[in-house]
Ligand binder design. Structure first.
Ligand SMILES: [Mg+2]
Length: 408
């Protein structure tokens, strides 16, 4: 039997901001992700802001209505990467089997780390050390597979440890809604609910054959996840191969006809590209590429070198300038993509954050998930690509059109 931990930093972005700025520590704080105040969307918030009812995905305007004295902070990704690195260094003291799931979450396989104690003792040690050495709090799920460990880290927070064992999983896990399971997004939840399946226990009562018949290959995952029989391996942290370029593209629901729409799409793309860069351990890239497809499906591309840093604002600004140079509006725009490459500065290159292939599809799904949660506009404005729940792997990733149907 394996010993798996899932370590989740609590309110990560907001906690980092409060750690470096004493003056906001005891105030409600929201980290909001857009240049323009009016369109900014809450990416993260601290507990005081949460207590006012502020949620991830709210616009700044909505958030301020709920909490007039809210402190709004722009995201400072390199700060978060710095903290994330410190935490990861602590985790790597216990095992090389550390698999980042996002900038603030990782799985650890501590089966062969007995010299540090049993899994609960290791979790307790990590919790204390992260707090002492960084000031951040974590929630840790301890279990015998990745899925239950992840579930466990959500059950008690902040600064807490939850164990899910072969003895207690039926009591602890089966009463939870199916949507709490990793990889079950809104469309799958709806499909399951329509079948009368509401809890993870309901799901676990179905046979593998039935689930495969209903959900195809993914039925296997649903069966394994709900019964805790998954045998997914925690990857070795050092087995990572850095990518040569990182990009993302979007096919719009309806053709884009204004510069304002183009700007919003570019902001969305920039945000996911920055997130992937950070997850892959890069802060700087030299080159930006943009491509545009018109509604007759002809593509156009252009690239340039960055002037200044390749951060969110600059990628957004530069991509928009590229667009203006590239595209003459002979037809409306159907699809767009941006990518960055030529990562540089060895000293700036950070520790690596995980397998990019995996992250890419994860982020794609997150776009979809946000869309499901907050509606089309939220995604068009580049809202929280850091939302930690995955969207819909079930049913495939032709995401963008499908999600429209999901909303109904
Ligand atoms: Mg977290």
């Amino acid at each position: 039997m394996r010993d798996i931990l899932h370590v989740d930093l609590n309110n990560f972005f907001a906690s980092c901001e409060c750690l470096v700025d004493e003056s906001i520590r005891n105030k409600p704080v929201a980290v909001c992700g857009a240049e323009e105040e009016r369109h900014g969307i809450v990416l993260a918030k601290n507990y005081l802001a949460k207590d006012c009812g502020i949620k991830t995905g709210h616009t700044i305007w909505q958030a301020k209505q709920l909490c007039p004295n809210l402190v709004v902070v722009k995201p400072n990704f390199s700060l978060y990467v710095e903290f994330s690195k410190k935490v990861r260094k602590i985790l790597l003291d216990y095992t090389d089997l550390v698999e980042p799931f996002s900038i603030d979450e990782s799985w650890l396989d501590v089966t062969n780390s007995k010299m540090f104690g049993n899994s609960i003792q290791i979790a307790e040690d990590i919790r204390k050390r992260v707090l002492q050495e960084t000031g951040l709090t974590v929630s840790i799920g301890v279990s015998y597979n990745k899925i239950f460990a992840k579930l466990g880290s959500d059950l008690k927070k902040p600064n807490a440890i939850t164990q899910i064992t072969k003895q207690n999983y039926k009591q602890v896990v089966w009463k939870l809604p199916v949507s709490d399971l990793l990889m079950i997004g809104r469309a799958t939840t709806k499909k399951l609910n329509d079948m009368g399946i509401y809890t993870i226990g309901d799901l676990a009562s179905l046979s593998r054959e039935f689930l495969v018949q209903k959900f195809g290959k993914n039925g296997n995952l649903l069966f394994e996840f709900s019964n805790g029989v998954g045998n997914d391996v925690v990857k070795n942290y050092y087995d990572f191969i850095p990518p040569k370029s990182i990009g993302n593209s979007i096919t719009a629901y309806k053709d884009l006809t204004t510069e304002k729409e183009i700007k919003e799409v570019i902001a969305t793309l920039s945000q996911s590209v920055v997130a992937r860069m950070l997850e892959s351990g890069f802060i700087h890239a030299k080159t930006l590429k943009l491509w545009v497809k018109d509604n007759a499906l002809e593509s156009f591309g252009k690239q340039c070198k960055f002037v200044g840093e390749s951060n969110f604002d600059n990628i957004t600004k530069t991509a928009f300038l590229l667009f203006k140079e590239l595209y003459d509006w002979h037809l409306p725009v159907r699809a767009m993509g941006i990518s960055v490459c030529d990562f540089f500065d060895g000293s700036q290159q950070l520790d690596l954050f995980g397998s990019v292939k995996q992250k890419q599809s994860k982020l794609d799904r997150q776009v979809l998930n946000i869309k499901n949660k907050f509606g089309e506009t939220a995604v068009m404005q580049g809202s929280s690509l850091f939302d930690k729940h995955l969207g819909e792997p079930l049913g495939g990733l032709h995401a963008y059109q499908n999600s429209k149907n999901d909303k109904s």
